[in-house]
Design a protein around this ligand. Sequence first.
Ligand code: GLY
Length: 374
Amino acid sequence: MNKNALHIITVDLAARSYPVICGPGALDASMDNVASLCPNKRLICVSDETVASHHLQTLQSACDGAGITLHPILIAPGEAQKSFARLESLCADLLALEVERGEAIAAFGGGVVGDLTGFASAILKRGTHFIQIPTTLLAQVDSSVGGKTAINMPAGKNLIGAFHQPDLVIADSAFLRTLPARQMRAGYAEIAKYAALGDACFFDWLEANGAATLQGDEALMAEAIARSVAGKAGIVARDEREHGERALLNLGHSFGHALESLAGYEGALAHGEAVAAGMGIAFAYGVHLGLCPQDDHDRLARHLAACGLPTGLRTAPGGPYRAADMIPILMNDKKNRNGQFRLVLPRALGDTFVYQESDLAGLERFLHAQAEQK
Ligand code: GLY
């Protein structure tokens, strides 16, 4: 494989910097990098049964070719795996394999596998090396990069976790060939997010190329993934621990999490669909507050709709959603500080900022009007 056909983005964190290698064929092209993280010539990889049924053989062949023995640990698919019980049994499995700090544990799958495995890697023997090999679009453009790892609690999602950067991310777009169309669209919402939050030129590019990207043009998809990852890498390098700018990566997430929480996590509303609807609501609220031109909201909504994604409260799957139910969830958002409720809002497409909301009654009236809008 010609490495020039791939996109290689560095997440620049001084001694903890790492490459994200994107594009079709990235796995085979990265096996030297993998081997350098396998001092014992073995790769322990955590995956779920669905991903394994499609792709484990591909990983096995790549490891065989590099003289590495693959040790897969398979878990059931689904968000329920991000639990203390599963974390404990995964750590026990890893200890039984006598994992050393100097060797890497790989997460091979989507966001659930990445978050759980990353957290286990963060705490096992106070931290081992970690490789992300994401197989969903959402994980390739977002969750595999930046070092957020976590499990869920009854009180909410991702409440127990750690920042633990990977040593290597391999985002091979060939793995996306088996992804259902709905999951592709949901992952695309995160791509649109990167453009909407900070890169107006990328949004122009998506308007021109987004449809072909979603219809399976792999070169365009690799470029869309690489541009999204480059946007995220820059933000993570400047603000790894989310003291400031990294909060912008939550565009659409406050409203989106409220919708997800009301829909339940059984699949009625996919995370990316919630993010798309949440971005539409954030832009509409920006217009309502006089912060953002109506045209920018309309362009975003047109693009999301053209990609088969929801654009607001009324079009989000799993509804109807009520404003009065959303407000208490929004008030419990992890991003709130000192009792102040924080939202990422737009000034324009490609220009967003963190807004401190104090008028909860006004926000509830706005959401109520959105829910009623014909
Ligand atoms: N997914 C948002 C972040 O990594 O900060």
